[in-house]
Every structure is written in C-alpha cells, then in structure tokens.
Design a protein around this ligand. Structure first.
Ligand SMILES: [Zn+2]
Length: 80
C-alpha cells in the first residue's frame, strides 16, 4: 500500500522524504515490477533501502503486490 510520510528512521537516522511520493515495499519476487510501477506512476526512479533498515511505528512493510513481508523499501528521499 502507499504510505505518505514526511520522514522515516533509516539505519537509525532520521531521513526526510519528499512528501508527494509514497513509501512502498516489495518482496524480492515483485521488486522489478514495483520499480517499474513507481517509475510509471511518478515518472521518477525511487531510492531503495533494505526493508529491515526502516524503523517506525505503523510502517506496513507488506509487499504492495502480494502482501508478503517486503524486503525492499521504495521511496523518494529529500535532496537526492
Ligand atoms: Zn510480492
């Protein structure tokens, strides 16, 4: 699912996000498809992180495609 967040804890650091772009998660099986979808939906390539590096209450790390636990986070970092 799409989550709009202003910032996230990544590797213990507060990272500011571009609020107009969502945070999405993908399992390894659907990573390629999610990368394509992100580019198609927002005309920009997302920044990617290991899902386990992402901390935060209420962050749903389910794969957007299949609902299995996501391995990779797709998001847009401010200043990247
Ligand atoms: Zn999946």
């Amino acid at each position: 699912m799409d989550m709009k967040m202003k910032s996230l804890q990544i590797d213990g650091k507060e990272v500011e996000l571009l609020a107009e772009y969502p945070v999405r998660f993908a399992c390894m099986e659907h990573l390629e498809q999610e990368l394509d979808d992100y580019v198609n939906d927002f005309e920009t390539a997302p920044d990617t992180y290991a899902a386990q590096a992402i901390e935060g209450d209420g962050v749903d790390k389910s794969c957007r495609e299949c609902g299995e636990p996501g391995q990779i986070a797709l998001l847009k970092e401010k200043g990247m």
